[in-house]
Ligand binder design. Structure first.
Ligand code: ADP
Ligand code: ZN
Length: 308
Protein backbone atom coordinates (compact mmCIF):
# COMPACT_ATOMS: atom_id res chain seq x y z
CA UNK A 1 0.00 0.00 0.00
CA UNK A 2 1.05 3.59 -0.61
CA UNK A 3 0.59 6.39 1.89
CA UNK A 4 1.31 10.07 1.53
CA UNK A 5 3.20 11.82 4.32
CA UNK A 6 3.19 15.61 4.45
CA UNK A 7 5.43 17.75 6.65
CA UNK A 8 3.77 21.16 6.74
CA UNK A 9 6.33 23.73 7.85
CA UNK A 10 6.23 27.49 8.30
CA UNK A 11 8.40 28.02 5.21
CA UNK A 12 8.11 24.82 3.17
CA UNK A 13 5.81 21.88 2.63
CA UNK A 14 7.59 18.56 2.14
CA UNK A 15 5.69 15.49 0.97
CA UNK A 16 6.47 11.99 -0.22
CA UNK A 17 4.91 8.65 -0.94
CA UNK A 18 5.80 5.97 1.63
CA UNK A 19 5.13 2.23 1.50
CA UNK A 20 4.64 -0.10 4.49
CA UNK A 21 8.35 -0.80 4.73
CA UNK A 22 9.24 2.89 4.90
CA UNK A 23 10.49 3.15 1.34
CA UNK A 24 10.19 6.77 0.14
CA UNK A 25 9.39 7.85 -3.42
CA UNK A 26 8.26 11.04 -5.18
CA UNK A 27 9.76 13.33 -2.55
CA UNK A 28 8.66 16.88 -3.24
CA UNK A 29 8.99 20.34 -1.71
CA UNK A 30 7.01 23.51 -2.22
CA UNK A 31 6.98 26.84 -0.43
CA UNK A 32 4.25 27.24 2.16
CA UNK A 33 3.47 30.85 1.31
CA UNK A 34 2.08 31.28 4.82
CA UNK A 35 1.32 34.99 4.29
CA UNK A 36 -0.98 34.30 1.32
CA UNK A 37 -3.83 32.98 3.42
CA UNK A 38 -5.52 29.68 4.20
CA UNK A 39 -6.89 28.81 0.74
CA UNK A 40 -3.52 29.39 -0.88
CA UNK A 41 -1.70 27.23 1.68
CA UNK A 42 -4.39 24.57 1.20
CA UNK A 43 -3.87 24.66 -2.56
CA UNK A 44 -0.11 24.17 -2.09
CA UNK A 45 -0.69 21.21 0.23
CA UNK A 46 -3.00 19.73 -2.43
CA UNK A 47 -0.32 20.23 -5.10
CA UNK A 48 2.34 18.59 -2.93
CA UNK A 49 0.09 15.58 -2.34
CA UNK A 50 -0.66 15.22 -6.07
CA UNK A 51 3.05 15.27 -6.91
CA UNK A 52 3.88 12.80 -4.15
CA UNK A 53 1.08 10.48 -5.31
CA UNK A 54 2.26 10.15 -8.89
CA UNK A 55 0.08 7.99 -11.14
CA UNK A 56 -0.75 5.12 -8.80
CA UNK A 57 -3.64 5.07 -6.29
CA UNK A 58 -2.94 6.03 -2.66
CA UNK A 59 -4.41 4.51 0.51
CA UNK A 60 -4.14 7.25 3.11
CA UNK A 61 -2.71 10.66 3.88
CA UNK A 62 -1.06 11.93 7.05
CA UNK A 63 -0.15 15.54 7.75
CA UNK A 64 2.40 16.67 10.35
CA UNK A 65 1.92 20.27 11.43
CA UNK A 66 4.04 22.57 13.62
CA UNK A 67 1.53 23.26 16.36
CA UNK A 68 -1.62 22.07 18.02
CA UNK A 69 -4.18 19.95 16.23
CA UNK A 70 -7.18 17.95 17.20
CA UNK A 71 -6.40 14.53 15.69
CA UNK A 72 -9.98 13.37 16.33
CA UNK A 73 -11.64 16.01 14.16
CA UNK A 74 -8.65 16.61 11.88
CA UNK A 75 -8.83 20.32 12.60
CA UNK A 76 -5.88 22.61 13.06
CA UNK A 77 -6.19 24.49 16.33
CA UNK A 78 -3.26 26.86 16.25
CA UNK A 79 -0.01 27.13 14.28
CA UNK A 80 2.14 30.07 15.30
CA UNK A 81 4.02 30.04 11.96
CA UNK A 82 0.91 29.74 9.76
CA UNK A 83 -1.75 31.67 11.69
CA UNK A 84 -4.13 31.79 8.70
CA UNK A 85 -4.76 28.03 9.15
CA UNK A 86 -6.07 28.35 12.73
CA UNK A 87 -9.34 26.43 12.90
CA UNK A 88 -8.96 25.05 9.37
CA UNK A 89 -10.73 21.68 8.77
CA UNK A 90 -7.72 20.33 6.90
CA UNK A 91 -8.42 16.60 7.20
CA UNK A 92 -12.04 16.97 6.04
CA UNK A 93 -11.16 19.02 2.99
CA UNK A 94 -8.37 16.67 1.91
CA UNK A 95 -10.46 13.54 2.56
CA UNK A 96 -13.22 14.88 0.28
CA UNK A 97 -10.67 15.87 -2.35
CA UNK A 98 -8.66 12.63 -2.46
CA UNK A 99 -11.25 10.09 -1.28
CA UNK A 100 -8.99 8.48 1.35
CA UNK A 101 -8.69 8.74 5.12
CA UNK A 102 -6.62 11.71 6.33
CA UNK A 103 -4.90 11.96 9.73
CA UNK A 104 -3.37 15.10 11.13
CA UNK A 105 -1.05 15.45 14.10
CA UNK A 106 1.62 17.60 15.66
CA UNK A 107 5.04 17.26 13.95
CA UNK A 108 6.87 15.91 17.01
CA UNK A 109 4.13 13.31 17.53
CA UNK A 110 4.47 12.35 13.87
CA UNK A 111 8.26 12.13 14.16
CA UNK A 112 7.95 9.87 17.20
CA UNK A 113 5.71 7.59 15.14
CA UNK A 114 8.26 7.68 12.30
CA UNK A 115 11.18 6.78 14.60
CA UNK A 116 9.04 4.03 16.14
CA UNK A 117 8.38 2.40 12.76
CA UNK A 118 11.55 3.05 10.78
CA UNK A 119 14.19 4.86 12.87
CA UNK A 120 16.10 4.49 16.13
CA UNK A 121 12.89 3.43 17.80
CA UNK A 122 12.55 0.27 15.74
CA UNK A 123 11.92 -2.77 17.92
CA UNK A 124 11.04 -0.72 21.01
CA UNK A 125 7.47 -1.05 22.21
CA UNK A 126 7.51 2.16 24.29
CA UNK A 127 9.53 5.21 23.40
CA UNK A 128 9.74 8.91 23.90
CA UNK A 129 10.89 11.20 21.14
CA UNK A 130 12.45 14.48 22.26
CA UNK A 131 13.50 17.10 19.75
CA UNK A 132 15.93 19.70 21.08
CA UNK A 133 15.72 22.43 18.47
CA UNK A 134 14.64 26.05 18.54
CA UNK A 135 12.25 24.79 21.22
CA UNK A 136 11.87 21.36 22.78
CA UNK A 137 9.11 19.15 21.45
CA UNK A 138 8.11 15.61 22.15
CA UNK A 139 6.07 12.61 21.20
CA UNK A 140 5.07 9.55 23.18
CA UNK A 141 4.57 6.00 21.96
CA UNK A 142 3.49 3.64 24.75
CA UNK A 143 3.01 -0.08 24.21
CA UNK A 144 2.81 0.45 20.47
CA UNK A 145 0.33 3.33 20.52
CA UNK A 146 0.78 7.06 20.02
CA UNK A 147 -0.50 8.94 23.03
CA UNK A 148 -2.74 11.87 22.16
CA UNK A 149 -4.76 12.64 25.28
CA UNK A 150 -8.19 14.21 25.38
CA UNK A 151 -7.46 17.03 22.93
CA UNK A 152 -4.39 15.68 21.18
CA UNK A 153 -2.21 17.90 23.37
CA UNK A 154 -0.25 15.11 25.07
CA UNK A 155 3.50 14.88 24.65
CA UNK A 156 4.52 18.47 25.32
CA UNK A 157 7.72 17.22 26.93
CA UNK A 158 9.41 20.61 26.55
CA UNK A 159 7.03 22.32 28.94
CA UNK A 160 7.98 20.44 32.07
CA UNK A 161 9.31 22.93 34.62
CA UNK A 162 12.81 22.00 35.74
CA UNK A 163 13.76 25.33 37.32
CA UNK A 164 11.06 27.55 38.85
CA UNK A 165 13.55 30.44 38.79
CA UNK A 166 14.61 29.80 35.19
CA UNK A 167 14.12 31.89 32.04
CA UNK A 168 10.57 32.82 31.01
CA UNK A 169 9.09 30.32 28.54
CA UNK A 170 7.05 31.19 25.46
CA UNK A 171 4.16 29.29 27.07
CA UNK A 172 3.90 31.83 29.90
CA UNK A 173 5.57 29.82 32.65
CA UNK A 174 9.09 29.96 33.99
CA UNK A 175 11.92 27.48 33.68
CA UNK A 176 10.33 24.93 31.36
CA UNK A 177 12.92 22.53 29.93
CA UNK A 178 12.48 24.34 26.60
CA UNK A 179 13.25 27.69 28.24
CA UNK A 180 16.53 26.53 29.78
CA UNK A 181 17.88 23.75 27.53
CA UNK A 182 16.72 24.30 23.91
CA UNK A 183 19.08 25.61 21.21
CA UNK A 184 17.59 29.05 21.79
CA UNK A 185 18.16 28.76 25.55
CA UNK A 186 21.77 27.65 25.09
CA UNK A 187 22.40 30.73 22.95
CA UNK A 188 20.77 32.80 25.67
CA UNK A 189 23.04 31.37 28.37
CA UNK A 190 25.98 32.11 26.08
CA UNK A 191 24.98 35.74 25.57
CA UNK A 192 24.94 36.27 29.34
CA UNK A 193 28.38 34.70 29.81
CA UNK A 194 31.84 36.18 30.32
CA UNK A 195 32.84 38.02 27.10
CA UNK A 196 36.18 36.16 27.21
CA UNK A 197 34.45 32.92 26.24
CA UNK A 198 35.77 31.21 23.15
CA UNK A 199 32.30 30.89 21.59
CA UNK A 200 32.08 34.67 21.13
CA UNK A 201 35.18 34.43 18.97
CA UNK A 202 33.62 31.71 16.81
CA UNK A 203 30.46 33.78 16.34
CA UNK A 204 32.48 36.85 15.49
CA UNK A 205 34.45 34.94 12.84
CA UNK A 206 31.10 34.08 11.23
CA UNK A 207 29.85 37.62 11.60
CA UNK A 208 26.72 36.69 13.52
CA UNK A 209 25.31 36.37 17.01
CA UNK A 210 26.44 33.51 19.19
CA UNK A 211 24.59 30.19 18.67
CA UNK A 212 24.26 26.89 20.46
CA UNK A 213 26.67 25.21 18.02
CA UNK A 214 29.39 27.75 18.93
CA UNK A 215 29.00 26.81 22.59
CA UNK A 216 29.43 23.12 21.79
CA UNK A 217 32.41 23.81 19.53
CA UNK A 218 34.09 25.81 22.32
CA UNK A 219 33.23 23.01 24.76
CA UNK A 220 34.97 20.47 22.51
CA UNK A 221 37.96 22.83 22.41
CA UNK A 222 38.12 22.81 26.21
CA UNK A 223 36.76 26.30 26.99
CA UNK A 224 35.80 26.43 30.68
CA UNK A 225 32.92 28.90 30.23
CA UNK A 226 31.39 26.72 27.52
CA UNK A 227 31.88 23.75 29.82
CA UNK A 228 29.89 25.45 32.55
CA UNK A 229 26.99 26.11 30.16
CA UNK A 230 26.98 22.60 28.72
CA UNK A 231 27.14 21.00 32.19
CA UNK A 232 24.24 23.16 33.29
CA UNK A 233 22.18 22.25 30.22
CA UNK A 234 22.96 18.54 30.72
CA UNK A 235 21.85 18.87 34.33
CA UNK A 236 18.48 20.25 33.21
CA UNK A 237 18.05 17.65 30.48
CA UNK A 238 19.00 14.90 32.94
CA UNK A 239 16.38 16.11 35.38
CA UNK A 240 13.72 16.26 32.66
CA UNK A 241 14.57 12.87 31.15
CA UNK A 242 14.63 11.18 34.57
CA UNK A 243 11.18 12.64 35.25
CA UNK A 244 9.92 11.25 31.92
CA UNK A 245 11.41 7.84 32.69
CA UNK A 246 9.70 7.67 36.06
CA UNK A 247 6.36 8.56 34.49
CA UNK A 248 6.45 6.55 31.26
CA UNK A 249 9.00 3.76 31.78
CA UNK A 250 10.13 3.97 28.13
CA UNK A 251 12.46 1.43 26.59
CA UNK A 252 14.13 4.16 24.56
CA UNK A 253 14.39 7.92 24.48
CA UNK A 254 15.09 9.04 20.93
CA UNK A 255 16.69 12.49 20.80
CA UNK A 256 16.47 14.58 17.63
CA UNK A 257 16.69 18.24 16.64
CA UNK A 258 19.66 20.51 15.92
CA UNK A 259 21.18 20.25 19.39
CA UNK A 260 21.34 16.44 19.10
CA UNK A 261 24.02 17.02 16.45
CA UNK A 262 26.34 18.09 19.29
CA UNK A 263 27.77 14.58 19.13
CA UNK A 264 28.92 11.52 20.98
CA UNK A 265 30.40 13.28 24.02
CA UNK A 266 27.14 15.12 24.58
CA UNK A 267 25.15 11.88 24.49
CA UNK A 268 27.60 10.13 26.83
CA UNK A 269 27.33 12.91 29.40
CA UNK A 270 23.56 13.03 29.07
CA UNK A 271 23.29 9.25 29.62
CA UNK A 272 25.47 9.48 32.70
CA UNK A 273 23.45 12.33 34.13
CA UNK A 274 20.13 10.57 33.53
CA UNK A 275 21.50 7.38 35.14
CA UNK A 276 22.40 9.45 38.20
CA UNK A 277 18.98 11.09 38.39
CA UNK A 278 16.81 8.01 37.98
CA UNK A 279 15.59 5.83 40.82
CA UNK A 280 17.87 2.74 40.99
CA UNK A 281 15.18 0.24 40.00
CA UNK A 282 14.94 1.93 36.56
CA UNK A 283 18.65 1.48 35.83
CA UNK A 284 19.34 -0.53 32.72
CA UNK A 285 15.69 -0.36 31.61
CA UNK A 286 16.15 2.43 29.07
CA UNK A 287 18.48 3.64 26.33
CA UNK A 288 19.08 7.18 25.12
CA UNK A 289 19.81 7.24 21.40
CA UNK A 290 20.09 9.86 18.65
CA UNK A 291 17.21 10.10 16.17
CA UNK A 292 17.92 8.47 12.85
CA UNK A 293 15.41 9.94 10.42
CA UNK A 294 16.11 13.65 10.98
CA UNK A 295 13.98 15.84 8.74
CA UNK A 296 12.29 12.79 7.16
CA UNK A 297 10.92 11.56 10.49
CA UNK A 298 7.79 13.69 10.32
CA UNK A 299 6.99 12.65 6.73
CA UNK A 300 7.47 8.95 7.49
CA UNK A 301 5.48 9.16 10.70
CA UNK A 302 2.70 11.17 9.06
CA UNK A 303 2.45 8.59 6.28
CA UNK A 304 2.11 5.79 8.84
CA UNK A 305 -0.56 7.80 10.68
CA UNK A 306 -2.32 8.04 7.33
CA UNK A 307 -2.29 4.25 7.18
CA UNK A 308 -3.88 3.82 10.60
P1 ADP B 1 14.10 23.82 13.96
O1 ADP B 1 13.95 24.28 15.37
O2 ADP B 1 13.81 24.90 12.97
O3 ADP B 1 13.40 22.54 13.67
P2 ADP B 1 16.71 22.50 14.25
O4 ADP B 1 16.12 21.22 14.71
O5 ADP B 1 17.80 22.42 13.22
O6 ADP B 1 15.67 23.54 13.69
O7 ADP B 1 17.30 23.20 15.55
C1 ADP B 1 17.92 24.43 15.50
C2 ADP B 1 18.65 24.69 16.80
O8 ADP B 1 19.73 23.75 16.96
C3 ADP B 1 19.29 26.07 16.82
O9 ADP B 1 19.14 26.62 18.11
C4 ADP B 1 20.75 25.78 16.50
O10 ADP B 1 21.60 26.77 17.04
C5 ADP B 1 20.96 24.43 17.16
N1 ADP B 1 22.04 23.62 16.53
C6 ADP B 1 22.18 23.34 15.21
N2 ADP B 1 23.28 22.58 14.99
C7 ADP B 1 23.84 22.35 16.21
C8 ADP B 1 25.00 21.61 16.65
N3 ADP B 1 25.80 20.97 15.80
N4 ADP B 1 25.26 21.60 17.98
C9 ADP B 1 24.46 22.24 18.85
N5 ADP B 1 23.38 22.96 18.51
C10 ADP B 1 23.05 23.02 17.19
ZN1 ZN C 1 6.85 26.32 28.60
Amino acid sequence: KRYIGVDLGGTKIAAACVDESGHITNETRIETGAHEGAESVYERIRQAIMRASGEEPIHGIGIAVPGLTDPRTGTILTLSNIPSLDGFPLADRLAKEFGVSVQIDNDANAASWGEYHFGSGKGADSLLFVTISTGIGGGIVLNGQTIQGKQGFAGELGHMVVDPEGFACGCGRKGCLEAVASGTAIARWAKEADPQALFFQYAKEQNREVRSEDVFQAWEAGDSIANEIVENVIRYLGMGFANYIHIFNPERIVVGGGVSKAGVRFFDLLRKQVEQETIPVYKGTFEIVPAELLERGAILGAAMLGGK
